[in-house]
Write a protein that binds this ligand. Structure first.
Ligand code: NAD
Length: 458
C-alpha cells in the first residue's frame, strides 16, 4: 500500500475521533499485552537471530519495559486524558481554568536497532494513549525483530490507527517528505538533524532521542569492587550498544589501578574467560559497526580484551587505559563494548575533559560524597543520570527520559510520554454572574486601580 494512502486513511480515521475513545484504547493495550506475552518465545528468537541477545536481556530491556509501560498507561490513561483544573488568575475573576490534552493527529515514529522492540513500541504506546494515529518505522538492521513487530501490531490495530512500515534510508526519506503532525525519532545525532530539517517546512513538532559521550566520574570514596560490578553491567549489557551506557570513565588517580583490576575480575566473572562462548553476551549489530569499533582500537592502549571475530560480529569486552583526547575512541560516541579509562586529580581535570564534548544523554558519578556529586549534577548539563550506578534512571517511568542540546530534544516515559504526544490547550471558562468593568475603555482614572489589582494578585 502506498504511503500517501496510508497517511490519508489515518488522517480520515483521526477525524472520526475514534482514536480518543479511552475504553477502546484500554482494550487495545490489554490485547497488545496479551499478544506480546503469548509471543514471548518468538520475541526471544527474533532478538537472538538479530544479534544473539540472551533471553534475560531481552526480557529485561525489551519485553519487561514494554509491559510496564502498557500497565502504567492502562492504569492512568483516564486520569491523564481528563481536563486538569488549575488555579484561576485573579485577573480573570470570576473564572474556572483548565488544561485540555489534545492529540496532535498523525505521528511518525522512527526507531533504532539497539533495543529494536522496546524503542519502537514504548513511544507508540504513549502516542496512541494520547489519541494519535501512528506510522511506525522500525530499524532495517534488525530484520527479524522488525518483521515480528509488524505482525504483532497488525494483529491488534487497524491499519488506519497504527501501521508498521518497513524500510531503510530511501523509504524513511520519503516518509519524512510527508506532512506529519508529530515526529518522534530515536537514533543518531546526524540523522536527528536530518529529521529536524525535514520537519521544519511544516513546523512539525519533534522529539529527538539521540546519543552522546556519557561520562562516568568515580572518586576515591567508593568501593572499587561494587563499582566495578555496576560498571561492567552498565557498559557491557547489550554489548555496550546502549545510548545511555557509560562511554568513558574518569577515575580518581589514587584508585585507578585497583578499579582496573576489579573491572577485569568482574568481566571474567560475568562473561567467562572466553566471552564469545558466553550465552549472555550479545553480538555487534553488523560488520559495518564492528569495523567502526575495531578501528577505534588502533591508536589506543588496550589493556584487556580487544579480540574480535568478524565472522561472528563479535568483539570482546575491552578496556583502554589513558587514551589521548584526540584518539579515535575519544572522538565520537563509542556505542559498543569498549571502555576507555582516564584519570583525574582535581575537578579542573574533570572539567577539562567533559567540556570537550557536547551535552551527553547520560551522566554518572560514583561517590559517597554528597557535596561532590551534587556539584557535578549542578555543574554539567546532560539528559539524565544516576549516582552510584549506571543507566537505571531509564527504568523509572516517573522520570523524564530524553536529552538536551546534541543529545536530544524532548522527553518521554509514563505521563511525560502522554504529555509529549499531546498538545496542551489552556482554557478559561469565564463566569457571567459578575463583570468587573476595570479593563474596558475609556481608561480614565483606572491606571492606579489596575496597578493595585496587580499588587493584590501578586
Ligand atoms: P540511526 O540514526 O542510524 O538510525 C535510526 C533510524 O533512522 C533508523 O530507523 C534508520 O532507518 C533511520 N535512518 C538512518 N539514516 C537515515 C537517513 N539518512 N534519513 C532518514 N532516516 C534515516 O541510528 P542507529 O544506528 O539505529 O542507532 C544508534 C544511535 O541511536 C546512537 O547514536 C544512539 O546513541 C542513539 N540512540 C538513542 C537512544 C535514545 O533513547 N536517546 C536510544 C537508542 C539509540
Amino acid at each position: 500500500m502506498n504511503l500517501k494512502l496510508i497517511l490519508e486513511s489515518q488522517k480520515k480515521y483521526f477525524k472520526t475521533q475514534a482514536t480518543r475513545d479511552i475504553g477502546m484504547l484500554k482494550k487495545l493495550l490489554a490485547n497488545l499485552r496479551i499478544e506480546i506475552i503469548s509471543r514471548e518465545d518468538e520475541i526471544y528468537e527474533a532478538l537472538f537471530k538479530d544479534f544473539k541477545k540472551s533471553k534475560f536481556e531481552t526480557y529485561f530491556g525489551e519485553i519487561g519495559i514494554v509491559i510496564s509501560e502498557i500497565d502504567a498507561t492502562i492504569k492512568n490513561i483516564s486520569s491523564w486524558s481528563k481536563p486538569k483544573k488549575v488555579r484561576a488568575s485573579g485577573l480573570n475573576f470570576p473564572s474556572s481554568d483548565y488544561i485540555y490534552s489534545e492529540p496532535y493527529g498523525s505521528v511518525l515514529i522512527i526507531a533504532p536497532w539497539n533495543y529494536p522492540f522496546q524503542l519502537a513500541i514504548a513511544p507508540m504506546i504513549t502516542a496512541i494513549a494520547a489519541g494519535n494515529t501512528v506510522v511506525l518505522k522500525p530499524s532495517e538492521n534488525t530484520a527479524n525483530t522488525s518483521k515480528l513487530l509488524e505482525n504483532i501490531i497488525c494483529s491488534i490495530f487497524k491499519p488506519e490507527h497504527v501501521r508498521v512500515i518497513q524500510g531503510g534510508v530511501p523509504e524513511t526519506t520519503l516518509m519524512l517528505k510527508e506532512r506529519w503532525d508529530y515526529i518522534f525519532f530515536t537514533g543518531s545525532v546526524s540523522v536527528g538533524k536530518i529529521v529536524a530539517k525535514a520537519a521544519a517546512p511544516h513546523l512539525t513538532p519533534v522529539t529527538l532521542e539521540l546519543g552522546g559521550k556519557n561520562p562516568c566520574i568515580i572518586d576515591d570514596t567508593i568501593s572499587t569492587e561494587l563499582t566495578a560490578k555496576r560498571l561492567v553491567w552498565g557498559k557491557f549489557v547489550n554489548a555496550g550498544q546502549t545510548c545511555i551506557a557509560p562511554d568513558y570513565l574518569l577515575v580518581h588517580s589514587s584508585i585507578k589501578k585497583q578499579l582496573i583490576s576489579d573491572l577485569k575480575k568482574e568481566i571474567i566473572r560475568a562473561y567467562g574467560e572466553n566471552p564469545q562462548k558466553s550465552p549472555d553476551y550479545p553480538r555487534i549489530i553488523n560488520t559495518k559497526n564492528l569495523t567502526r569499533l575495531t578501528n577505534m582500537l588502533e591508536d589506543s592502549k588496550v589493556i584487556f580484551g580487544g579480540k574480535s571475530d568478524a565472522s561472528d560480529c563479535f568483539l570482546e569486552p575491552t578496556l583502554i587505559e589513558d587514551p589521548y583526547l584526540d584518539s579515535k575512541v575519544m572522538k565520537e560516541e563509542i556505542f559498543g563494548p569498549i571502555l576507555p579509562i582516564l584519570s583525574y586529580e582535581s575537578e579542573a581535570d574533570i572539567n577539562a575533559i567533559i567540556s570537550n564534548y557536547e551535552k551527553p544523554l547520560g551522566f554518572y558519578v560514583f561517590s559517597s560524597n554528597k557535596t561532590f556529586y551534587r556539584k557535578m549534577i549542578e555543574t554539567y548539563s546532560f539528559g539524565g543520570g544516576t549516582i552510584n550506578d549506571t543507566m537505571i534512571h531509564f527504568g523509572n517511568t516517573n522520570l523524564p527520559f530524553g536529552g538536551v542540546g546534541e543529545s536530544g530534544v524532548g522527553a518521554y516515559h509514563g505521563k511525560l510520554g502522554f504529555d509529549t504526544f499531546s498538545h496542551k490547550k489552556g482554557i478559561v471558562v469565564k463566569g457571567n454572574w459578575l463583570d468587573i468593568s476595570l479593563r474596558y475603555a475609556p481608561y480614565t482614572n483606572k491606571l492606579e486601580k489596575l496597578k493595585k489589582l496587580f499588587r493584590i494578585i501578586g
